[in-house]
Ligand binder design. Sequence first.
Ligand code: COA
Length: 260
Amino acid sequence: MSYQNLLFEQKDGIAILTINRPDKLNALNQQTIDELAAAFAVIRSDDSIKGVILTGAGEKAFAAGADIEELSKLSAVEAREASLTNNKVLSTIEHFPKPVMAAVNGFCLGGGNELAMACHLRWAAENAKFGQPEVNLGLICGYGGTQRLARLVGKGRAIELVISGNMIDAPEAHRIGLVNHVVPRAELIGACEKFLQTVFQKGPVAVKLSLDAVNRGLEMTLEDGIAYEANLFGLAFSTADMREGTKAFLEKRKAAFQGK
Ligand code: COA
């Protein structure tokens, strides 16, 4: 499959997806979102790919938001449709069965921040800047921003960001829990690769079940989430990986997981 606005590389079990519209600060036009959906479908069915890093081309931006030129032409009905359709793509990423990391290498604004928040983890370069500037345009977040931001950083901080349109730098994003780690720009992709390689050493089915437990559990009451976790905990006992992992511990050797 060929992509117009996306670079798709594979390295050591990792798919590195780079949003590639640097002249437009990697703004997410419809073509780019459609290509992201296509790329994630390919990655889902490719067993050789065990994790994903999503980043932006160039030195300035991860993604500076939805494409404002495209937005400016939408009718109300079209805007609603675009929001619903593109939210499905972000939801696919959020519920993806393999770990997805956003490597945030610059401006991460509007739809760009919403995309980063749909990823399981966010590593930021020191130059990264985050915000939901939609109110500057007379708009509100349309790709889950009001919802995921509040879940990640808390209601008060989310409201501050979405009604002010203020940008925050990487250390502040780290302080409020929007990003997991801040690293020098030159080390960003390497740091993400290193983290994923650590995860790849773990029981693959357990990693998948853990992602699912956190993601779905957060949408439930605590009681329902704990019941859901108990079901997945039980399911883990049906895997060869669990037998191997516990046996290897007791035999004081490294587990040889097969992802089964
Ligand atoms: N949609 C479409 N084009 C965008 C864009 C977006 N979200 N963000 C940046 N661009 C384009 C600019 O129009 C410009 O294109 P041009 O060279 O053809 O004129 C190019 O990317 C470079 O952007 P520019 O504004 O010149 O860079 P800057 O360094 O001066 O400013 C930002 C950087 C991020 C502060 C500024 O581009 C900006 O505010 N972008 C919009 C952010 C936003 O509101 N996002 C939410 C959208 S809902």
